[in-house]
Design a binder for this molecule. Structure first.
Ligand code: M6R
Length: 608
């Protein structure tokens, strides 16, 4: 949610900032802008819309400075327009700021500054920051920033340049991610690693309430008391190509195609010698053996993975599981206490509501386990235990491979927990592990049906409304499939438990309504088939997804059938979601939407 970048060094500053912003655009694309420190002051170029518009504006301009900051915005305060775009200059144009986060007490600060004669030119909360720094500035930039941060409530990642400081800039973070990239004779700041991969793999991951002074030769980190803080250098060992499109038309289709490999990475190293081996898990498993309740907290797609987790854990571990969206959990004084385990699921590891929900669970004495993709992210660092999903970078706003790997991680946890509780006999334990070992190949088989899915999408891309219905694990799957279609195809869609439809929602089914029905749960097969008949009787067009062995039987009722390989239905969600992700992808494409950057969204939601 908003991407920020900063650079000091000998390279062409505009180029470095634009390269970085290209890699950060997934964080927000309402507007983009840069502030360049030139001999005669700060040059700000910014505009509403995608980065390409800014690039065009910058073409032909020769800026010669050595310091710059840049921003790509996801609007919170004030509509996307030129004046609400970042960077924001202070009134005397001495200071420019880029900001990611929300300044909660900005109205009070604004009022105070107005009383001191300051004028404001935007509707943003961020503009108070540049002016308050200017107000607090008495010749020492980092002191002015620190004083300002002590007055601010809310979340921030900041980059600050000042005309008095041609050899340095200042950055800071609280509850919004920020890293410092270390180069030779140059240094960087960025919201995320991909922005820096072309230049450096050595980074500092800043902690909350840290301020950093960045020059071309040094990086000094301080806390808000002005004390020096030391950090270890974090070496990024990602493959640069992993964050590129690599010949695919969109990141989303590339990431769906990577699902088998990503799931291998999650699963195979942890299936060793007939055991599920989770890194550093001794204390965790001991705690699980005595655990009387598990909470799962997450947002969006990660929440839907959590719903799958609830079904699995309750079935095999026999512990009650509460699954909740993080923004509700954190404010409802949840019934969390010592002896419980709270599992936090997040691709980015930076989703603010999820991070805050985890802190709430910790504060109440629960052990916390993070299922996270991004190494070194806030959630990964603050949780008691971490299980990385190893999906590799996920750039498309619509989460796909991250979801499959979250499921894979939950499968592993379920088996390890059930074993720790003494509830799984060796034969079943080994059989389940074999199922998991085969899962990546099964997803690869599903991917081979791309053409059939594309054809089906071509017949339905103009649908006004689509229903997804399923029972048990297939209901959890329906939730995710419906979200995918909404977010990238902009089609109204509902996910319903198969048995619940007739309690009201079936009134919306009319001749021609598309109803998508995953039908993978053996024990619920006949019940679900009856639900399909109910919607068919009202004229619905039904697409079913079912294991190959049921295809013929289902085809007698459904209008179209996609198959997944025959497998244990406990793990079928990870294979059955792939055709539904592809369906959303093709429908979005056929409607002419921007698949990777759907409207109003951003990849990493670091505001609440
Ligand atoms: O990074 P996280 O997994 O914490 O993100 C949570 C949601 O914002 C995310 O899954 C969102 O729902 C996706 N855009 C869905 O495709």
């Amino acid at each position: 949610m908003c991407g920020i970048i900063g650079y000091i060094g000998q390279k062409n500053v505009t180029e470095v900032l634009l390269n970085g912003l290209r890699k950060l655009e997934y964080r927000g694309y309402d507007s983009a802008g840069v502030a360049l420190l030139e001999d005669n002051g700060i040059e700000v170029v910014k505009c509403k819309g995608r980065l390409a518009i800014l690039e065009e504006k910058l073409t032909g301009n020769c800026f010669g400075g050595r310091i710059g900051i840049g921003h790509t915005r996801w609007a919170t305060h004030g509509e996307p327009n030129d004046s609400n775009s970042h960077p924001h200059l202070s009134n005397s144009e001495k200071i420019a700021v880029v900001h990611n986060g929300i300044i909660e007490n900005y109205l009070q600060i604004k009022e105070f500054l107005v009383s001191k004669g300051y004028r404001f030119y935007s509707e943003t909360d961020s503009e108070v920051v540049s002016n308050l720094i200017e107000y607090n500035y008495r010749g020492d930039l980092i002191a002015a920033v620190t004083e300002t941060l002590n007055d601010i409530e809310g979340s921030y990642a900041l980059g600050v340049v000042c005309t008095d400081c041609p050899q340095q800039f200042v950055a800071a973070r609280k509850d919004s991610p920020l890293i410092v990239g270390l180069g030779k004779g140059e240094n960087f700041i960025a919201s995320d690693i991909p922005a820096l991969l072309a230049y450096t793999r050595e980074v500092y991951i800043l902690e909350d309430r840290e301020v950093v002074r960045v020059s071309s030769e040094s990086v000094e980190i301080f806390n808000l008391l002005g004390e020096r803080v030391e950090h270890e250098i974090f070496h990024v060992d990602w493959d640069v190509a992993a964050a590129e499109k690599g010949g695919f038309e969109h990141f989303m289709i590339k990431e769906i195609s990577e699902e088998p490999h990503a799931m291998q990475q999650t699963l195979w190293p942890r299936l060793q010698g007939g055991e599920v081996v989770l890194e550093n898990s001794e204390a965790l498993l001991a705690a699980v053996a005595d655990c009387h309740r598990i909470n799962i907290v997450a947002c969006g797609t990660a929440y839907h993975a959590g719903v799958v987790g609830k079904y699995l854990i309750e079935k095999l571990v026999r512990v009650p599981v509460e699954v909740d969206v993080a923004s509700e959990f954190r404010y409802r004084d949840p019934l969390v206490e010592p002896g419980q385990l709270t599992i936090i699921i997040s691709q980015s590891g930076e989703t603010l509501d999820t991070l805050m929900a985890m802190r709430e669970a910790k504060r109440k004495g629960s052990r916390t386990l993070a299922v996270v993709n991004v190494v070194g992210s806030s959630i990964a660092r603050e949780a008691d235990d971490v299980l990385y999903t190893w999906a590799g970078p996920e750039i498309a706003v619509a989460s796909t491979k991250a979801y499959n790997t979250q499921l894979a991680a939950l499968y592993l946890l379920t088996l390890a927990f059930a074993r720790a509780k003494g509830l799984l006999d060796t034969a079943s334990y080994l059989a389940y592990q074999e199922e998991l070992r085969l899962l990546p190949d099964r997803v690869a088989e599903v991917l081979a049906q791309k053409d059939a899915i594309q054809k089906f999408a071509a017949a339905h891309f103009n649908a006004k409304s689509v229903f997804f219905i399923g029972r048990g694990l297939d209901y959890a799957l329906a939730l995710e499939a419906s979200l995918k279609l909404k977010e990238i195809a902009y089609i109204h869609s509902e996910a319903y438990a198969g048995g619940e439809l007739k309690h009201g929602t079936i009134a919306l089914i009319e001749p021609g309504t598309l109803v998508v029905c995953p039908l993978t749960q053996e024990a619920l097969f006949d019940k679900m088939l009856s639900n399909i008949r109910e919607v068919k009787a009202r004229g619905a067009v039904v697409l079913a997804i079912t294991p190959a062995k049921y295809a013929a039987a289902v085809a007698q009722t459904a209008d179209a059938v996609l198959t997944i390989p025959d497998m244990d239905s406990l793990f079928s969600s990870a294979a059955a979601v792939t055709p539904l992700q592809l369906f959303a992808y093709y429908v979005s494409l056929m409607r002419g939407n921007d698949v990777d950057k759907p409207r109003n969204l951003a990849k990493s939601v670091t505001v609440e």
